[in-house]
Design a protein around this ligand. Structure first.
Ligand code: WT7
Length: 650
């Protein structure tokens, strides 16, 4: 990545949006109302960020009772829009059914086998209410945790909204994660109820999600009930007394349900993400600040208007889908696509077919998907009329120039600006990203959005003006995480403990002389596999949980399509024979423990892994050696000989 970025830094090409386009954008309209002439003036004006977010709140949300203060900042703990009564579901659903949008299509769903369902805002309203009533009947109350383990079907956002409606906290686990991963997350936040489905379609096969949920729930004592949506009609095992069919339990429920008027800072959800330890962190997000942040950024960055057909092709199991599928598009009253299956199934033009069929105008995906399609070649998008598109987006990792150009040409038809949005599970919404009025340098996420501030710090905490270092955010922002569940200390240390008064993002970045940011990747031991975060130590723990493994060290290697691939060095227990069959078994073991996404691409058997005297695995040394780079100082190693062995594993 570093090489690409330096190439681009030399590149003088800046992509400027046309005047006509700019004049029609939401952001320009707001600027006109406030007598702001240029992009730079807008950023300047929004430096008064408390004022700015107060204005934005007026624009995108409706409080039940007004707030007293935009923010109460008790570093590092923030409360936004204090004093207000609020519920995100009012903005996402309730407010629409009293307007013309009542019968507007909210979701166009396409299943992998080709089945299509269109749900209006009123349909959503009724389904959310019925499910909320069912949850209440099963004893779910404000503050209770509900585990959601569902694929990309409309019932996933419906389930989330139903929880939020009654003030319950959802914890969604990606349907591609394993039973064990679901169990660990469900146990960490002690979910009382699980919402899942019988099975779902992926690459022409059926994934037995209920069976996985059953496996997980063997060891989740807090779970008292399970609601099962029937997606495929597959036969499933049934635990009488615990399990309830979605269609049965919602059938006779009223289609209205009061929306709980919460405190603006009540918790909305926990979402687990990988950090540097073996245990994922439960990131906490709250109602009102989050709602303002996601809705405003979607409205400005992707310029969402009523006539748009918006498609964020991420999975709701990750934060991208939480913010920009399950909540923000609904707050804006948008029409959006939800597609269940694999992107290249049955052919590599499935996505382009969907864009053409429904006239998608705004499309948001990841560099890793772009690279997947690049590999299949430009003939596939060429088969389709993609002229409905007007804006494109990218997220998850830095977009390399080749992928940028391919996306710009073959999908955007050289008409559509690419919004390269930098953000994190922790930030809740875009932080560094162009607006449609921003001149773009391909490969750069450009500048912090209005009302947000970022900088690059050197090791001493001194701001770097034209160069590289640690990416930090300079003041709170509305969608910021409120903490790590059950671990305020870890929250303080990880994000606010490194440099005084600023948030440490965990990324390495460069800032150029024009103030454009070039994100280079994670600074910590977190892998980015197809744009998804996987902790090195999580994969190591999974490997070590196999009875024949004594120790494991995991590193990421650059990978053409996935961005990074997982390479592991494994020390077997004494007397165990290192065979190819065992390698396969270990790879499958990790997939079973964590999910296929974390399956190691390579496994090497070694007799020892480089460690410090205190026993800390030196992943930096291992990575350098494995990639044939300079290893640097190894004097702190307890076992320097082990480095040579890594070098032989090629
Ligand atoms: C990490 C956060 C936020 C939704 C998806 C990922 C990397 C994210 C970009 C981008 C370069 C990016 C960073 C960040 N990242 N977007 N546009 N350019 N890098 O959420 O799993 O919490 O991962 O993804 O490294 O720290 P996440």
């Amino acid at each position: 990545m570093t090489e690409n970025i330096s190439v681009l830094l030399d590149e003088k090409r800046v992509f400027k949006p046309s005047k006509d386009f700019v004049n029609q954008t939401n952001v320009k309209q707001w600027m006109d109302q406030h007598n702001i002439k240029t992009y730079d003036d807008l950023l300047k004006k929004a430096e008064d960020w408390k004022w700015f977010w107060g204005e934005m709140a007026k624009d995108v949300v409706e409080f039940y009772t007004p707030y007293k203060q935009v923010i109460e900042w008790n570093e590092p703990f923030a409360k936004w829009f204090t004093g207000a009564k609020y519920n995100i579901v009012h903005d996402a659903i309730d407010k629409h059914v009293t307007t013309w949008r009542k019968n507007k299509v909210a979701i166009i769903f396409e299943g992998e086998p080709g089945d299509v369902r269109k749900l209006t805002y009123n349909d959503l309203y009724i389904q959310v209410n019925k499910l909320a009533n069912a949850l209440k009947e099963l004893g779910i109350k404000k503050g209770d945790r509900v585990g959601i383990y569902l694929p990309m079907i409309p019932e996933l956002p419906i389930a989330m909204l139903a929880c939020a409606k009654i003030g319950a906290i959802h914890s969604v686990v990606f349907s591609g994660f394993s039973a064990t991963a679901f169990r660990d997350r469900a146990n960490d936040c002690e979910v009382k109820l699980v919402i899942t489905c019988d099975s779902f379609y992926r690459r022409g096969k059926k994934v037995p999600l209920k069976t996985q949920a059953d496996d997980a729930c063997k060891e989740t004592p807090s779970v008292k009930n399970m609601i099962v949506y029937q997606r495929t009609g597959d036969q499933v095992n049934w635990t009488a007394g615990r399990d309830h069919w979605w269609h049965e339990i919602t059938k006779d429920k009223p289609s209205t349900c009061p929306t709980e008027q919460l405190d603006a800072n009540d918790n909305l959800y926990f979402l687990y993400t990988s950090g540097t330890t073996g245990k994922p962190k439960g990131i906490i997000h709250a109602h009102a600040g989050y709602a303002v942040g996601i809705a405003q950024t979607l409205k400005w960055v992707f310029d969402i208007k009523d006539q748009d057909v918006y498609w964020c092709a991420a999975d709701i199991g990750w934060v991208t889908g939480h913010s920009y599928i399950a909540y923000a598009p609904f707050i804006l009253g948008a029409t959006q696509i939800i597609y269940e299956g694999a992107p290249d199934w049955p052919n590599p033009d499935r996505w382009w077919d969907i864009i053409e069929k429904y006239g998608v105008s705004v499309f948001y995906t990841s560099p890793t998907s772009v690279r997947l399609f690049m590999r299949h070649g430009e003939d596939w998008p060429k088969k389709h009329d993609l002229t409905s598109l007007r804006l494109l987006g990218s997220v998850g990792e830095p977009i390399n120039p080749e992928a940028w150009i391919w996306y710009y040409k073959n999908i955007g038809g050289e008409r559509c600006q690419i919004m390269d949005t930098w953000w994190q599970t922790e930030t809740g919404h875009f932080v560094i990203s162009p607006l449609p009025i921003t001149p773009i340098k391909p490969g750069s996420a450009t500048k912090p959005l209005p009302g947000m501030a970022a900088a690059v710090y050197d090791d001493k905490g001194i701001q770097v003006k034209d160069g590289g270092g640690s990416l930090v955010l300079m003041h709170p922002w509305p969608g910021m995480l409120r903490g790590i569940y059950k671990n305020p200390e870890r929250y303080k240390e990880t994000y606010w403990g490194r440099f005084k008064g600023v948030y440490l993002a965990g990324d390495v970045a460069r800032v150029d002389a024009d103030g454009y940011f070039w994100i280079q990747g994670r600074a910590d031991d977190v892998l980015k596999i197809s744009g998804h975060r996987i902790g090195n130590s999580e994969v190591e723990s999974a490997l070590v949980s196999h009875p024949l493994v004594a120790e494991a060290a995991v590193i990421g290697k650059p990978h053409e399509e996935k961005g990074e691939s997982i390479t592991s060095f494994v020390v077997l227990k004494k007397g165990v024979e290192p065979t190819e069959a065992l390698k396969k078994e270990l790879r499958d073991h990790v997939a079973k423990e964590m999910g296929k996404l974390a399956r190691p691409d390579e496994i090497w058997f070694v007799t020892d892994v480089p460690k410090t005297r205190s026993g800390k695995i030196m992943r930096r040394v291992i990575r350098a050696k494995a990639l044939g780079q300079e290893v640097g100082d190894t004097s702190t190693l307890a076992n320097p000989e082990s480095v040579d062995e890594i070098g032989k594993a090629k």
